[in-house]
Write a protein that binds this ligand. Structure first.
Ligand code: 0X9
Ligand code: ZN
Length: 401
């Protein structure tokens, strides 16, 4: 009976994957040993994480035997577009950041338009050069009101594109920056925003990975460091110094999707970001924008013990959450990272919380798994609307720290 079911499932799978050859399957691990088997498989991961009771996998052409080898009940969920050579799906140049996902050069070109237009308020700094020779940029927007302080005393830091395949994140960054320009440079005399704040945006922290998604594999996550053993990539969100290498929240295996690198800040992207902030005013709020899951997560990520600042991170985090729900109508869940999602060691939000004692979050944007990382471009604007509300709520309430 069981074997029969499996056979029928696989017959269906072969039929289902016949055209494109790529599909999303759900497996149902029940023990840690079964989770381990999935972790050691070379099948792609569609879920955010491998875990009990269910995990979604990406099965490519000819990979059904690998799925069978897991020895787990498997259910076909949907066909997937071919994740290789994604650029072929976009015949013409994408240049409308409000409704399209852009190539890295076009993202930076858009920020450069703002810099050219508002040279007194917008500036940029190169914070790193990647393994593949790309520049990582930080853009600074400082627009004091008429009566405002002429020098910034606080930095609001927003990081986008840490994980390569989470394309909604850099797209959101462009739209948030656009809204900030409208509000702070072209907006009313009283913006309702706190005084003396500079806004620091990293449009794409991981440009090598992001471009690799366009040219080679749409589901790439890490950067493109050559690990020297045939594997590539360090998970930048496991490479910060706080609790770096704590076993449960990252991997020492270079092939792993959560490989932490050889040392804290071993990667130019994370190291460059840390060093850049030494020449800026103290960070008074931090958000690392990811997808997916619709979550507002605060430190600590590396332990389930609440951080000393748990009370105010919770207060501010829930204000942000409520603002996002009010604006978008979709559920967002707020909580301490480790207890709401899973343990992460060497993550960005733990580092910025520890270093600056500021409210520090990972926001997981849309959706909750229907499209996952492949969020349609039609959802860019709805995501922007709710995230802008959340951004304003954070900046206006960070003093509650
Ligand atoms: O695993 C991650 O890095 C994040 N999820 S994702 O699917 N976007 O990869 C979660 C990060 C939670 N952050 C920390 N605890 N620092
Ligand atoms: Zn991510």
């Amino acid at each position: 009976m069981k074997l029969g079911t499996v056979a029928i499932l696989f017959a269906f799978a072969v039929a289902a994957t016949a055209q494109e050859g790529w599909a999303r399957f759900r497996v149902y691990p029940q023990t840690q040993a079964e989770v381990e088997r999935i972790a050691n498989s070379t099948l792609g991961l569609f879920s955010e994480d491998i875990g009990i009771p269910e995990t979604d996998l990406i099965v490519g052409p000819g990979e059904l035997p690998k799925l069978r080898e897991l020895g787990l009940r498997a259910r076909w969920i949907s066909d997937l577009p071919n994740p290789l050579r994604w650029e072929e799906r976009y015949p013409s140049l994408q240049d409308d950041f409000t409704n399209q996902y852009l190539r890295y050069d076009n993202i930076i070109a858009q920020y450069e338009m703002w810099r050219a237009q508002y040279p007194a308020q917008v500036s940029r700094t190169q914070i790193a050069t990647t393994a593949n020779g790309r520049a990582v940029w930080a853009y600074r927007l400082f627009a004091p009101g008429k009566q405002g302080t002429r020098t910034a005393q606080k930095a609001v830091l927003s990081v986008f594109g840490t994980h390569a395949r989470e394309w909604i994140s850099p797209a959101l960054g462009l739209n948030l920056f656009n809204n900030l320009v409208s509000l702070l440079i072209n907006g009313p005399a009283n913006t309702g925003m706190p005084d003396g704040v500079e806004y620091l945006f990293v449009p794409v922290l991981n440009p090598d990975g992001y471009e690799y998604c366009w040219t080679n594999n749409r589901m790439w996550r890490k950067n493109r460091r050559n690990n020297g053993n045939g594997s590539f990539g360090v998970d930048l969100n496991r490479n910060y110094s706080t609790a770096w290498g704590l076993n449960s929240g990252s991997s020492s295996n270079p092939s792993s999707e959560t490989y932490r690198g050889t040392a804290p800040f071993s990667e130019p992207e994370t190291n460059g970001l840390r060093n850049y902030l030494n020449s800026r005013p103290p960070v008074t709020s931090f958000v690392d924008y990811h997808s997916y899951g619709q979550l507002i997560l605060w430190a600590w990520g590396y332990t389930t013990t609440p951080a000393p600042g748990n009370a105010w991170m919770s207060t501010i985090g829930n204000i942000v959450r409520n603002a996002m729900i009010d604006a978008g109508g979709l559920p967002y869940v707020a909580g301490q990272s480790s207890t709401t999602l899973y343990l992460v060691s060497g993550g960005s939000k733990d580092y910025f919380y520890e270093r600056y004692d500021c409210p520090s979050y990972t926001i997981e944007l849309r959706d909750t798994g229907q499209n996952g990382f492949l969020l349609p471009e039609s959802e860019i604007q709805p995501t922007v609307a709710e995230s802008w509300a959340g951004f304003l709520a954070l900046v206006k309430n960070m003093h509650l720290r």
